[in-house]
Write a protein that binds this ligand. Sequence first.
Ligand code: NAD
Length: 439
Amino acid sequence: MKIAVIGAGYVGLVTGAGLASTGNKVTCVDIDEEKINLLADGQVPIHEPRLEQLVRYGLAKQNLSFSTDLGRAIRSSKIIFVTVGTPAQVDGRQDLSTVDTVCEQIAGAANGPKTLVMKSTVLPGTARKIGEKLQTSRHKIAYVSNPEFLKEGSAIDDFLKPDRVVIGSEDQDAIEEIETLYKPFLRREENILVMDSASAEMTKYAANAMLATRISFMNEMAAICEKVGADVEKVRRGIGTDRRIGNGHLFPGVGYGGSCFPKDVSAILYLAELLDCPAGVLRATQHTNDGQPNRFVERIKKHFGDKGGGSVLGVWGLAFKRDTDDIRESPAMKTVKLLTKNGFSIKAYDPEATENAERELDTMRVMLCRDPYGAVTDVEALVILTDWPEFSNPDFNRLSTLMQKRVIFDGRNLYEPKTMAQRGFLYCCIGRPTADPST
Ligand code: NAD
């Protein structure tokens, strides 16, 4: 099948390379010429495990190509995936301008019947509006809503072995066409869920809203644990083993971030309010999350007291989570900015996100380091903000020697408090009693 994928970002690249791996002829299109040139050369400009390998495989098999020529890609493809960004506006509303432009371009350039597959996350009701636009085309363009559920950091696995594929459309031929595309990735056919387009669109928002809510809920439980002397990690395991609850997305920390949860919660909240629907749970989820970096910074400030401003802190982690270089809405970045605003100077290290972070941080206050130990040299405390695997078992003796004071604020609960106290560290984490070697 000849396929065009419009928007070669996290979702578009994974979709394009994934579909090329099963023998389809895929052209990924982007407006960013520099990115397209790199990709055509087999270089992937984002960090996503195994993506470069899959892109190179597609290029070598001549099943995958890259272009900035949207019209040509549309004309030579039967199926067109739309994977451009749908960011939030300042008031939380979804910005659909890029999706709208691309859909108009598809309608204008179509030279025969096409199927437009919307993979970008768009609010319920968008299918109907875009459907109207597509009617202006001289050719029939069937519309399919096919929300993407991949997670950055494990996107290739999520695409090649999805839990489920949601196909929302009112066009039976298009449904069958897209089912055929996905069958190689699904062992069990019942995991292809066919529904109307509004339900498919809503499924994506309900999924992200539920996952974000679980994280905020656990952050609230963690705050109570801190006050009553309970250990939230024990509580997490205690509830996660209940099959009705399950283990996923129950990790307390400095909050959720990334390019999806914050903007998708904002967008569905905005829509709910517009439609006069109750949205108290979502509002609370967002409110708790927005305050999480600040709550953590307040604990750091309390430790330093009046002499805090001017202290130098080491920071491990800037990406919004492990295994990605993505810093969009990263709670780690928000925490670093809050710390500098409060007068702290920072030495920061992230295995992959440093280049992206450099563009956003005040480099007068934040020194970006090339290795984790450089970032802790002579600091008065280490602050851990992303759960990268390389932070889970560092050389604690080396840390002790390099750091001015043995103090760790862990926003990801990577270590056992008791062991940390035995190692001589004052260890302050989320939702667990602080471990103090002097007591
Ligand atoms: P992204 O910002 O990484 O990629 C978007 C790409 O589109 C960029 O490369 C940009 O240059 C390109 N682009 C912009 N305008 C264009 C145009 N007119 N023509 C062609 N290309 C254009 O975005 P992303 O993270 O891949 O997200 C894309 C969509 O998928 C969003 O709606 C997002 O909510 C959704 N989504 C993202 C994830 C994720 O984890 N990143 C997961 C599921 C769903």
